[in-house]
Design a protein around this ligand. Structure first.
Ligand code: FAD
Ligand code: NAD
Length: 467
């Protein structure tokens, strides 16, 4: 039987892969996408960004009703929650959004092959179905977008019962009594917030000297303060020495500042990063190399050593973020179609959906210092912002870092309510090469949280009005 041929075959239907497939189809290419998971959307839509944000929203509403209504004079007696309904709602959100991608595939005439893909040669993709079927399709171009999976800890492999990963942690059917989280990064703090708001005792064990070690340390410190106030216990500079399990309980032995402590937990979430899914694809046989972190090595056009084979998203180096994967997907589709795809890596925001939220763009203060850059810094606290006061959301601040000589923006860091939305202004400013003065002179609606960005920009030149 003749093998069907496509202009482009995309491996993986996460935000990198499915967006790449859609853009390539828009540009007139005949496109197929191979996905081994039963639904489209990858980690992000099925077990990552979307379900975690659905649970963060539900738990935030509950926490708000519990702790903030009274100050507004609102009484809510016999407040409670039903975890099964919360989980069902989450699953409904996931299903509607993954079905949405299925609709987009149909609309764009993208052929979806169900199964695990590997490369037979530089033009042939073998697809192995779950039920044992096998077929081969031909591709003029191949984009590998196979994403990443949770990193296991050598000293405590996942058992998915007591020692759980993020996928397990978003699917719990009861609230843990004591959830110990190894890793104070994005997943640890977001999922820790969910279960802590729903009543679990949560202890975060972070090896680095602070949570969110790669973020600007002023925002990391502020978030630490706010989460601690909410009841989360955070142990930083803490090393996990051993984890044992017995009688449905885990014992976590920790060394911190040369003293030892032992925690008993009914769940331990291991959230120490993710590893690229670059194995089992037949890459070595084709001469496609991996870097020291198992990421597929690509050039500036996202092409591997083999012409016509590209890689994007979590499976290559860079921040493991859905929007980064999407932008690479668009860019590589445009390159394959003969256009000039581009991603501005300077302007990729990072958001942590705790409450308050953290949003960050560009260089942190410590990165500027390490690079020897002359910088001016302006900060503005939300407690001096009228909208934040009216909302009762006074925690947090905006910090803007500008080049001392040119005033060009180098970094914008926000911790506060809706920081995830506020950072979009900074992204546009970065894209247009704006200075702090540009942000400071732009008229911002009043009263809005975004006025804190204007004030922080004014503060770069020591002329904030409300500080
Ligand atoms: P993935 O989304 O991982 O998709 C890869 C796909 O390839 C998967 O569907 C997989 O089944 C498939 N695949 C793998 N191997 C094969 C094969 N051999 N054959 C066929 N198919 C294969 N990022 C954000 O930007 N914002 C967030 O709020 C956010 N929250 C997150 C919360 C959690 C709990 C987690 C775990 C991650 C979160 N992320 C978030 C990260 C985000 O999910 C990833 O950066 C993003 O999904 C990467 O997209 P991708 O397309 O590269 O890979
Ligand atoms: P991460 O890299 O954000 O954090 C891992 C943390 O674990 C780090 O702080 C690290 O210092 C710590 N750590 C590593 N080994 C340790 C050990 N042995 N003991 C204690 N601490 C240890 O990784 P993550 O939180 O697992 O998230 C994985 C990826 O998913 C990230 O790259 C992130 O960008 C992405 N993600 C993004 C979002 C978002 O954008 N909102 C949400 C969730 C996940």
């Amino acid at each position: 039987m003749a093998r069907e041929e496509f202009d482009l075959v995309v491996l993986g239907a996460g935000p990198g892969g499915y967006v790449c497939a859609i853009r390539a189809s828009q540009l007139g290419l005949k496109v197929a996408c191979v996905e081994k998971y039963p639904t489209l959307g990858g980690t992000c839509l099925n077990v990552g960004c979307i379900p975690s944000k659905a649970l963060l929203e539900s738990s935030h509403l509950y926490h708000t009703a519990q702790h903030k209504f009274a100050a507004h004079g609102i009484s809510a007696s016999s407040l409670g929650f039903d975890l099964a309904t919360m989980q069902k709602r989450k699953q409904g959100v996931v299903e509607s959004i993954t079905k949405g991608v299925e609709f987009l595939f149909k609309k764009n005439k993208i052929t979806w092959f169900r199964g695990a893909a590997s490369l037979e040669d530089r033009r042939s993709v073998v697809i192995r179905g779950a039920e044992g079927s096998q077929q081969t399709i031909l591709a003029k171009n191949i984009v590998i977008a196979t994403g990443s999976r949770p990193r296991a800890l050598a000293l405590a492999p996942f058992d998915h019962e007591l020692l759980i990963d993020s996928t397990d942690a978003i699917a719990l059917t009861t609230v843990p009594r004591h959830l110990v989280i190894v890793g104070g990064g994005v997943i640890g703090l977001e999922l820790g917030s969910v279960w802590q708001r729903l009543g679990a005792e949560v202890t975060v064990v972070e090896a680095a000297s602070s949570i969110l070690p790669s973020f600007d340390q002023s925002v990391a410190r502020e978030l630490h303060k706010q989460l601690t106030r909410q009841g989360m216990k955070i142990l930083s500079s803490a090393k996990v020495k051993a984890i044992t399990t017995k009688n449905r309980m885990a014992t976590v032995s920790i060394e911190q500042h040369e003293s030892s402590l032992v925690l008993e937990a009914d769940k331990v979430l291991l959230a120490v990063g993710r590893v690229p899914c670059s194995d089992g694809l037949g890459l070595a046989e084709l001469g496609i190399s991996l870097d020291h972190q198992q990421c597929i090595a690509v050039d500036a056009s996202w092409q591997t050593k083999v012409p016509g084979i590209y890689a994007i998203g979590d499976v290559i180096a860079g921040p493991m973020l859905a929007h980064k994967a999407e932008e690479e997907g668009v860019a590589v589709a445009e390159i394959i179609a003969g256009q000039h795809g581009h991603v501005n890596y300077r302007a990729i925001p990072s958001v942590v959906y705790t409450w308050p939220e953290v949003a960050s763009l560009g260089l942190s203060e410590q990165e500027c210092k390490a690079q020897g850059l002359g910088i001016s810094i302006g900060t503005f606290d939300f407690k001096a912002n009228g909208r934040a006061k009216a909302m009762g959301e006074e925690g947090g601040m905006v910090k803007i870092i500008a080049d001392q000589k040119t005033d060009g923006l180098l970094g914008v860091h926000i911790v506060g309510a809706f920081a995830s939305e506020l950072i979009a202004e900074a992204v546009i400013a970065f894209e247009y090469g704006a200075s702090a003065e540009d942000l400071a002179r732009a008229v911002h609606g009043h009263p809005t949280l975004s006025e804190a960005i204007k004030e922080a920009a004014l503060a770069v030149d020591k002329r904030a009005i409300h500080a």
